[in-house]
Every structure is written in C-alpha cells, then in structure tokens.
Design a protein around this ligand. Structure first.
Ligand code: BG6
Length: 466
C-alpha cells in the first residue's frame, strides 16, 4: 500500500545539541534537493523569538554544514518555533493550532530518553498523533524494561507502521555498503565463516570528549550510547546469513537471528573506562561512574561463527576519530614462507568513518633473491564519506513512509538483552588518560587474537596493531 507522505515536520528538542549539529544542516540540505516543501515546527523549552530561532539555525548550518543563501531563505520562511514545557498540555494545544491543515505530520523526538513518554502522551491527548508518524531518537530506552515500556507507550499512540526508531548508523553509506559488499560478491561467502576467519574487531574511536553533552552522557555512557545500537547493528551486518531478498523485513529478520544467537555478554568479557577529566565536564557528577570507554568480547553461537571472537571497542578522548572493522583471516595452515609474518596477513579492513574504505590485506614477495615478503592492501573502494548525511536520508525516508533504514523493535529488545549484564557497575571502571587508547585491561581482553588494530587518521595509512 502506498503511504501518504508527511505534510509537516515537527521536531522536539529544537534548541538542543542534536538539532544544532545535525538537524538544521539536514533540513537545509533537504530543501536544496527539493525534498522538504512543508511547514517545519521546532519545539523547545527555551523562550526564543522566531528571529532568534532562525539565527540559531543559521549558526548551526554555518558551523556544521554549508550555508546556501537560497535554501536557507526558504528554510527560514518555513520554520516556526514553539516554546513550551513538555509536561504542559498547552504546548500540544498550541502545536495543534500551528499544524493547521496538515493532516499527516511527522513528529521527531530529538530529546533525552527520559522525556519520550511525556511527549508521546501529550501528543496523543491533543489529537496530534492522528494519521501521523513519529521518529524516536536513540537510545531506545535505558535497558530492556524501559525499552518495553517506551514501546508500549508508542503503540498506544501510533500505529506500528508509523513508528520509526532511528539509528543513524544504519543510514551511513559505508554501513549500507557492508551489506552490499557481503552479498553482492561470490568470493566472500565461502570464506566468511569459522573455517577461515580468526576474529573480527570493530573500533569506534573519537578524539573528542562529551562536547557539552555531559548531562545527557551521564544518563547513558558508552554502552548505551553506541554499543547497544550502532556497533551491534554493524556486528549484525557482518555476521548475518544472507537475507531471503533485499526487502527491509528480510534483512531485519536475518539481523535478528544474529542477536538471538548471542549470549548476554559476561562482565568478565568486558572492560569499562573513563577518561581523566570527564568528571570536571559541565553536567557530570564529580564522582561519576559512567563509562566513556568500553571494550568487550562477543560470541555468536551458530554454525557460521562458533568459536570466532567478535570484539568491540568504543571510546571518547582516544587518539583520533575513526570507526573501523577488521576481519582477520586464519594464517595459512602450512606456512611455506616467512611463517612469523603470515599470522594476521590476510584480512578485510572496512572503514566506516569519517571516510569510507574497503580493503583486503595480503602478502607479496619483495623483489630479490630471498623468498621474503611484505604486506600490501588491495583497495576495493574508497570514497570521502557520506554524500547525504544519515539524518537527511532518514528524515526523507520517514516522510515517505519507508522504514528500511530504521531499527525494528524486536532487534532493539534483543540488543538490550545482550548488553544487560554490563549495565550499571557490574564491570570495574578503570581510568585512562585522555588521548590514549583506553585502559590497559582492554589490551588483555584481545591479546589472544593478536591485539587491537588501531585505525590511523590518514586515508593512505594501513593502521597498526596496538
Ligand atoms: C551518536 C552518539 O549516536 O553517535 C555520539 O550519541 C557519537 O556520542 C555519535 O559521537 C557518532 O556518530 P558519527 O556519525 O559522528 O560517527
């Protein structure tokens, strides 16, 4: 059935950090492509005039996008600002009045998770949910129980098909390419399993701290912020069996099977860290036990992956910003030449950000009399990054009613089950120096697999093991 397109874009959290860094630039980009010809209503708790709001949008796009005078002019004309308390029914009555003739609004909740339910109920009481869609920011809940409660609250206000759970990683071009690369090439499938793959690791390194988002970060920490969602979704794409076809539910079913084959992570298989200086950030408790770094090992108990460790490492204030996957193949069973170097010589390296790359590691002989070699990388693809930002793409999809790049509820629930044993203080928190690769214990976790592969910052580099 063809879904009607949304005819108004409403976003809560309009004066927040996410709006400043991502939403305004995405809205201008959509207008530039002719994809957003509808009223745009921002709602926030600050008392701003329309001029102040437009000027905030201007600063946001200048700092986090590329200002286009024509498109910005149109955006300013379409933008409206509504200030209000999310607990007060008057806010939603005012929204209803502003929506005027719009009959299929899209509401985007770009607000901290603890406020979701208030807003959903307010929208529902005021009749703003009728024929409307909703996008809910991540993390979807704080744990399994709160995710279930949030889902129930959503289902009371919206039809299942109208709920869009955002995970912007799913809309990243290199993440999409991971799915494509795996299933569009016949040479991969025969080796993409326990017989040929020794280990898989993913590092999501960020060289910055919490950038003024201290109070938000205090309520999440690295495991809720990026492991339960972004990084487990990447694991699912790396590990899934081939979907029946390319339809969204076939792909989601295949990913869900991966989560179902994982045991909850045991605290002994995880390391939590906090960078020195985090506790002095605005909004952070002086005795905070929230992790800004997490490293863990996962096992997937199915025929393809039994015995192959999957490692995940994510952290703030690491030496650089890069997200990279390293799939290490087993060493040749009978090394004929320079056997010491043959371990870890064959691999796939998939860079997800900030630039994108897929390469294969191999060894070739060095010219000369000796049968000695050197590592080389065969480049399959390199491109500078996303042409369309993930947010632009996801807003466009939600407006058109296309759920393919949004997370399905069952996989969110399954992902919470996997990380549940790590939530809270079950794993010791170790301090690490800012601009280092995290606590030393993270290295012990992966020692048996040859250590972490540390991504490098230049596009020409090969990375190194740390
Ligand atoms: C967000 C997290 O979901 O993803 C942030 O809340 C993180 O803490 C960000 O910095 C990283 O996204 P990207 O697209 O910049 O890699």
């Amino acid at each position: 059935m063809i879904q009607p397109a949304s005819d108004a874009f409403v976003f809560f959290g309009a004066t927040g950090d996410l709006a400043f860094k991502q939403i305004f630039p995405a809205l201008q980009a959509m207008i530039l492509r002719g994809h957003l010809d509808m009223p745009i209503i921002g709602i926030g708790r600050s008392d701003l005039s329309k001029e102040q709001f437009v000027s905030r949008a201007h600063d946001s796009i200048e700092q986090h996008g590329k200002l286009d005078a024509g498109a910005f002019g149109k955006l300013s004309a379409q933008l409206q600002y509504l200030s209000g308390d999310y607990q007060d029914d008057a806010t939603y009555r005012n929204l209803k009045a502003l929506l005027g003739n719009a009959s299929h609004p899209l509401h985007y909740l770009a607000i901290p998770p603890e406020m979701f339910e208030n807003v959903i109920k307010g929208l529902s009481r005021s009749g703003c949910t009728k024929n409307s869609r909703v996008i809910v920011e991540k993390p979807f809940g704080r744990d399994l129980a709160s995710a279930q409660a949030l889902n129930q609250a959503l289902l009371q206000a919206f039809a299942v098909a109208d709920i869009y759970r955002i995970d912007h990683y799913l809309a990243k071009e290199p993440v999409q390419n991971l799915l494509y690369f795996r299933f569009a090439n016949s040479f991969l499938e025969p080796i993409w399993n326990r017989s040929h793959i020794a280990s898989v690791q993913i590092t999501m390194a960020e060289s910055f701290g919490v950038q003024g988002r201290g109070s938000f970060y205090e309520s999440v920490g690295a495991i809720r912020d990026v492991v339960q969602n972004h990084l487990l979704q990447v694991v699912a794409l790396l590990a899934m069996n081939s979907p029946l076809d390319h339809h969204p539910d076939a792909i989601r079913d295949a990913k869900l099977r991966v989560f179902q084959a994982m045991q909850p992570i045991s605290p002994e298989q995880a390391v939590r860290g906090q960078f020195r200086g985090y506790r002095a950030e605005p909004g952070v408790a002086p005795d905070s036990m929230v992790e800004t770094f997490a490293a863990l090992r996962l096992d997937i108990d199915n025929e393809r992956w039994a015995g192959v460790p999957f490692y995940i490492r994510a952290g703030k204030q690491l030496p650089l910003t890069a997200t990279e996957v390293m799939v290490t193949l087993k060493a040749p069973p009978q090394p004929v030449f320079d056997s010491a170097a043959s371990g870890q010589a064959n691999y796939f390296r998939i860079r997800i950000g900030p630039d994108a790359l897929i390469s294969m590691g191999a060894r070739v002989k060095l010219p000369g009399e000796a049968m000695a070699g050197e590592p080389v990388e065969l480049l399959a693809q390199r491109h500078p990054g996303d042409e369309m930002t993930p947010y632009e793409r996801l807003f466009g999809d939600a407006i058109l009613g296309d759920p393919a790049l949004f997370a399905r509820y069952d996989s969110i629930e399954a992902a919470w089950r996997i990380v549940t044993p790590l939530l809270g203080d079950t794993t010791l928190l170790e301090m690490y120096e800012a601009q280092s690769w995290g606590p030393a214990a993270a290295n012990s976790l992966i020692a048996a697999a040859g250590g972490w592969h540390n991504p490098e910052s230049t596009k020409d580099s090969h990375g190194s093991n740390g």
